[in-house]
Design a protein around this ligand. Sequence first.
Ligand code: GLC
Ligand code: CA
Length: 586
Amino acid sequence: MTSDRSWWKDAVGYQIWPASFYDSNNDGMGDLPGVISKLDHLKDLGVDLIWLSPVYDSPQADMGYDVRDYESIWDKFGTLKDMDMLIVEAKSRGMKLIMDLVVNHTSDEHAWFQDSKKSRTNPKSDWYIWRDPKTDAQGERRPPNNWRAAFGGSVWTYVAERDQYYLHLCLEKQPDLNWTNRETRAAIYSTAVDFWLRRGVDGFRMDSVVAFWKDTRFPDSEITKPDQEFQPMEWKFIMNGAPVHDWLKELRARIKEDHGPDVVLIGELPGTGTDEIVRYIDPSAKELNMVLDFDHFMAGNDWHADLHERTRPALPLLKDAMIKQQDFMQSGWTSAFTENHDNPRSVDRFGPGDGEYRDAASKMLAMFLCTLSGTIFLYQGQEIGMTNIDASWTRADLRDAAGLDYLDEVERKFPHHVAKQEAALEGLHRFGRDNGRTPVQWSAAPYAGFSGVKPWIRVIDNYKAINVAHQENDPDGALFFWRRMIKMRRHYRNQLIRGRFQVHDKENPKTFTYVKTGVDPAEILLVVLNFGDENADVFVPGDVNESSMRLLLSTSSEHRLDTEHGRRLHPWEGRLYSCQRKGTDV
Ligand code: GLC
Ligand code: CA
């Protein structure tokens, strides 16, 4: 399962958010034929693994992370035939394809839930998590405990037919499945997993795998926000319980039996420590091949803080997070990514945002990702340096249910407090999930060439300056740079894909310096990244033989071929050097 030749190890992944990738039939919504029509763009970029966010039939309460039917496609995205075609077309270009496996919960419109809610005795009554009401001192019906759902409100919703509450860690429309029920697990396998593997997908990104288990005693969370009715869920009650490992082993064994050892499973595991992660990825455990860890996004932030209180990570904290993630290589394998559909754009999160240095930073961040070990994932639009939404976005422009719920909550709590409401909106501008969900900017045509009609979500105003068509003709642009950098990653795969990662000058708040070492400990690559608006000096680690340093690539066109230029980095410049370790010169 984890032989050195496992196909996914050297893969360059790319996440597609289908609603905003490309609209082929001008209804304002991206679709599967749209994805197919742009496969050559991905091929040219050097991508050979597509991660497709959910395309299943869904009422779209959470953009498809609320599945109504695992075995069909949402009609606006296309048909099963389109999906089969996508698999064939991807394969014919040498690309693998994985889907999002969303099985912590379903939609409340899924037939299983529709049955489950009917009575306490129907055959599916125990497929979801039901609990009796509590009664307060006034005799009023109350939810079974005080947990606050991930997107606000209680995690419990009452259903009169059963006179019980069901659990939903996310939206009300996303009831959590009962993984402790063997029958439920078998049904999940046959409909959500086996069905798609038979159609030719190569594996899954497993949504919310961290939370399949919950403490079924459902204790109250500690009261940490006394001004709120519901309290942040304590992670020990909902995360990484021992049974998850049994369930994943069971799943892996069934997959292996039916489909062989090559299926890749990638687990979403926020807020999980190294020891715990190692239990999932240890090859002998036969569970997951790699995980998606989020410490680099959260560095220095409290997971339960309101969005507008979030800050960009100080560089030394980002380095710590990368050390954590890169070191998973020693226990199995790792992944690396700097954007996804739940997060701001990397040029805003880690870089200077839109402005003078955006272009420089987008290339520097390309060098960053492409020099990290493990399987990397780009997120759509990242290859051209797409940005966050801007301050002109009002509530009416926003689409993400989590963001809108957040605004509602602030409005309810502070009905007359304009500053609080503005701060909440501003928090969404910086960290809301719509940032990564705007239409891909293909050209300077109306609606950024994404669609011929007004899309389901607003296009970012900067599309005339930032778009694929323009960058196709710009050898100094981000797109060219990504292509080049991905080639370089493959060329130096021993160091860049599989190598050991060592950070130097760690406390430096402006530059990020690391060495990548491959099988031959003498042949090393040095990466120096400037995370600031000012010039900075290249830091040369003590064990690097300075006279052996050869500049392989700079993100700055001025420096690109200039080995004589010295050791001064431009703002937001990145450089890659090949060099030898001291004492090993030949
Ligand atoms: C994951 C997804 C997110 C979704 C949530 C509930 O965190 O990445 O987009 O809202 O799970 O499925
Ligand atoms: Ca469409």
